[in-house]
Design a protein around this ligand. Structure first.
Ligand code: CU
Length: 111
C-alpha cells in the first residue's frame, strides 16, 4: 500500500500578473497538499505551502531541484493506473485539471 507519493510538474504563467497555486485535489487521493522540501541544517524537511507564486511570463518547476511537490495521501490505487487527473486550484478561483502520469520512483523518494 502506498501511503504518500509525490507529484511533479512545471506550471507556466503566460499572463502579466503573478498567479498563486493554493490547492490541489484528485479522485485518486484522499488529500493533496502543496509541499516544499527545505534543508534545516543538514536535515531535509517538508514544509506545507499555502500559496506558491508562479511569476508572470515565466514558469515554476515542481521538482527535486526546487523542492516543490504535491504530496498525495492515501493514493494506494494509483499503481493500477497509467495516469490520474489532478485539479490545480489557483488563488483567483480558477482551476485546471491535468492528467499526471503514474511512475514508480520509490527508489528516489525521500519519504
Ligand atoms: Cu511532501
Amino acid at each position: 500500500m502506498i501511503k504518500v507519493t509525490g507529484g511533479f510538474m512545471v506550471i507556466h504563467n503566460e499572463g502579466n500578473a503573478p498567479r498563486y497555486l493554493v490547492g490541489a485535489a484528485s479522485n485518486g487521493a484522499a488529500k493533496i497538499e502543496i509541499h516544499r522540501s527545505v534543508m534545516d541544517g543538514d536535515v531535509a524537511k517538508m514544509v506545507r505551502q499555502t500559496a506558491v507564486e508562479i511569476p508572470p511570463r515565466s514558469h515554476l518547476a515542481f521538482s527535486s531541484q526546487t523542492g516543490y511537490h504535491l504530496m498525495l495521501y492515501e493514493a494506494e490505487d494509483i499503481r493500477k493506473r497509467n495516469s490520474i487527473p489532478i485539479s490545480l486550484q489557483f488563488k483567483d478561483g480558477s482551476s485546471h485539471t491535468h492528467s499526471f502520469k503514474v511512475v514508480d520512483r520509490r527508489e528516489m523518494t525521500m519519504h
